[in-house]
Design a protein around this ligand. Structure first.
Ligand SMILES: Cc1cc2nc3c(=O)[nH]c(=O)nc-3n(C[C@H](O)[C@H](O)[C@H](O)COP(=O)(O)OP(=O)(O)OC[C@H]3O[C@@H](n4cnc5c(N)ncnc54)[C@H](O)[C@@H]3O)c2cc1C
Length: 418
């Protein structure tokens, strides 16, 4: 008789674990508290802009191998699009300067020695700062290892680490920064091609996963929130969903992939990250100009990245906690003025705020400080049939899609070994 694996949470950690386990011999049931799958990586119809948008722009890189394997498994790798080479156009709002970082494909960072490819105003030897970040002492912050100022910092290190760690880089864990640099800049341009889900997160990452799972007999139970667990000896014996109690057989397993605060309330005594950082996204309904690149880095502005989608320009501000209390329209107007300048919109378009939406995710990720990183638990728990997954578990990476998927894969492997 197949064992049942209960996966709690239908974010990317839960879905990736489910995809790995949806094989003969396992009966997979995914329980999701809300009415939709995807968690922090979702699409929804927004009445203000009159179109389906993502809760936040998500950037993947060609070196995110677990994420790409997941997409291949569910048949939607082709939905991620990006340029053929690792190129990142940038715009400086203060002086209207534009440049493009062009990484060469191989591991040897030849681009650092080419003034036409590296950050304007920097010298090759400035890039030793990047190398210094690769081998940090334990428990150090980025700010304790490199000087967080100057052209290289503001035009490369800060945008990269803000996006990847979602924290003001000087306070970020140097260990997590090193992991990011090792898997991106140090891995060469082949690992750094930017990839986006042009048609939306749900049609790319979530719906194909649900179709894949349903096609293999997995059960997806939405609006099915786990309330408590009953433990017996060294195992979980039953799951309580309020209206339903599910008893577990001896071979059954549970993978808990809920956010850290939810995991802590379900598992007494579990140490989890308990500080968070926000991400703010602004969406504007407007057809991007023909020359607008799919992703544009912006410095010296509130705006950090501008994403061009069909019929929409979207802005991401990582570590956006300072913007949480700014009145929504004021924020939309500030960001729109920056977008209009960066996209070189004609005055008649720039002067009119198009339909807009501001999405503020307060607890977008755990705060990637050394102290919070230490609070991340591994996949195994004190209970033999209970595993943990989620971007906040100890993946060695900051809270990202890649980390979430690796954590789901790892938990699935432990279940398979049992
Ligand atoms: C605005 C924004 C922008 C981002 N940008 C990027 C980016 O550019 N690149 C990148 O790699 N990452 C990005 N991230 C991070 C990425 O979205 C996350 O790392 C990833 O989605 C986390 O997946 P998860 O499965 O670990 O957690 P979640 O997505 O939080 O999933 C947990 C699920 O558990 C459910 N749940 C909670 N409690 C219960 C319960 N008791 N019973 C059942 N279900 C429950 C929740 O409803 C949720 O669906 C971004 C995040 C945000 C918010």
């Amino acid at each position: 008789m197949p064992r049942t694996v209960h996966i709690i949470g239908a974010g990317l950690a839960g879905l990736s674990a489910a995809v790995r386990l949806a094989t003969p011999g396992n009966r997979v049931v995914v329980h999701e508290a809300t009415a939709f799958a995807g968690g922090r990586c979702r699409s929804y119809h927004d009445a203000s802009v009159g179109m389906t948008i993502d809760n936040g722009n998500h950037l993947l890189l060609s070196g995110n191998h677990a994420a790409l394997d997941f997409l291949r498994a569910i048949g939607s790798r082709h939905r991620l699009i990006g340029p053929p080479a690792a190129e990142f156009p940038f715009f400086d709002l203060k002086n209207n300067k534009r440049w493009t970082l062009r990484f060469n494909a191989g591991r040897l960072p030849l681009w650092m020695f080419d003034s036409g490819r590296r950050v304007p105003g920097t010298r090759a030897r400035d890039y030793l700062a990047v190398a210094r970040l690769l081998w940090p002492k334990p428990d150090t912050t980025v700010g304790e290892i490199i000087a967080c100022n100057g052209a290289l910092y503001s035009a490369l290190i800060e945008p990269l680490l803000l996006a990847a760690l979602n924290i003001d880089p000087p306070h970020g864990s140097a260990k997590l920064a090193a992991a990011v640099i090792r898997e991106t800049l140090a891995a060469g341009g082949r690992a750094c091609r930017p990839l986006i889900a042009r048609d939306g997160l749900a049609p790319t990452l979530i719906e194909p996963a649900l179709d894949y799972l349903r096609g293999r007999g997995a059960l997806i139970r939405l609006e099915h929130q786990l309330r408590t667990m009953r433990f017996e000896g060294q195992r979980v014996a039953a799951l309580d969903f309020g209206d339903e109690n599910v008893a577990l057989d001896a071979a059954d397993a549970v993978i808990l992939t809920v956010p850290p605060y939810a995991a802590a309330s379900l598992l007494e005594g579990l140490t989890v990250p308990n500080e968070f950082r926000a991400i703010v996204n602004a969406h504007f309904r407007i057809e991007p100009p023909a020359a607008q690149p799919p992703i544009l880095g912006v410095i010296n502005a509130v705006t950090q990245w501008i994403f061009a989608f069909p019929g929409r320009l979207s802005v991401t501000v990582s570590a956006g906690d300072a913007l949480l209390d700014t009145p929504r329209e004021q924020l939309a107007r500030t960001i729109w003025a920056e977008v209009a300048q960066a996209a070189m919109l004609p005055a008649e378009l720039a002067s009119v705020l198009p339909p807009w939406q501001i999405v503020r995710e307060r607890r977008a990720t755990f705060a990637a400080t050394p102290a919070q990183d230490k609070r991340r638990p591994g996949a195994r728990t004190a209970w033999r049939n209970l595993l943990l997954a989620g971007d906040w578990t100890n993946t060695g990476l900051p809270a990202t899609i890649e980390g979430a998927i690796r954590s789901g894969n790892r938990a699935a492997e432990f279940v398979s070994e049992q």
